[in-house]
Design a protein around this ligand. Structure first.
Ligand SMILES: [Zn+2]
Length: 200
């Protein structure tokens, strides 16, 4: 999560005819698939902003399979790494195979807390599962489109595949992975709102 006092930096970003680059670009500004990553500035002085995953920490948690709650190693068994995702009953036949997510894995205690406390999961219901493989599939971030005679436009784009021709023009903010080899452990249905339970 990002904390108050932290923000994205896009100074030194140049939008050219072949894509984005930093004026002072260094070896750590791109990932090994060539995506240019947003830089973060400021200091983490304030509260955690729950809706706003910090890009560098989110990417490291996905790469090192750290729990998104406590930042310690996520639970692992022979079936893979533990993940908690929102339920999606209307989805494809072998769901959640190849599901795209930007959320890192979890440990069992943090999954139990999130199931109880996360308002989004209580709306959708949740699925706890083990995942054999989580391959980096793309990024989400800001797509810059050059314009004639004016500044480039910037559009927040939820998913750009690493093979997408728009990749060179997208400033990566979060990593997106594809889950495969999924074994579902438990399903938690959506929670009925308290006022609905009181309705006769
Ligand atoms: Zn945890």
């Amino acid at each position: 999560m990002a904390r108050e006092g932290e923000h994205l930096l896009d100074s030194h970003l140049l939008v050219g005819p072949t894509g984005l680059r930093y004026r002072d670009e260094g070896p750590y500004d791109r990932d090994d698939r060539g995506a240019l990553w947003a830089r973060w500035g400021g200091r983490p002085t304030g509260r955690v902003r729950l809706a706003d995953a910090h890009g560098l920490r989110q990417r490291r948690a996905l790469r090192q399979l750290l729990c998104q709650g406590c930042k310690r190693p996520a639970d692992r068994t022979g079936d893979g790494t533990l993940w908690l995702i929102e339920d999606d009953p209307g989805s494809w036949d072998d769901w959640p195979e190849q599901l795209l997510t930007m959320h890192p894995p979890t440990c069992m205690p943090c999954a139990t807390i999130a199931d109880r406390a996360c308002p989004h999961l209580s709306d959708t219901g949740s699925v706890l599962l083990y995942v054999k493989d989580s391959e980096a599939a793309g990024i989400r971030g800001h797509l810059y489109t050059p314009t004639v005679g004016g500044p480039p436009t910037r559009t927040y784009t939820p998913f750009v595949d690493y093979r997408d021709p728009r990749l060179p023009f997208t400033l990566a903010v979060h990593q997106v992975v594809a889950l495969s080899g999924c074994t579902i452990v438990r399903r938690t249905p959506p929670r009925v709102p308290a006022h609905a339970e009181r309705t006769p």
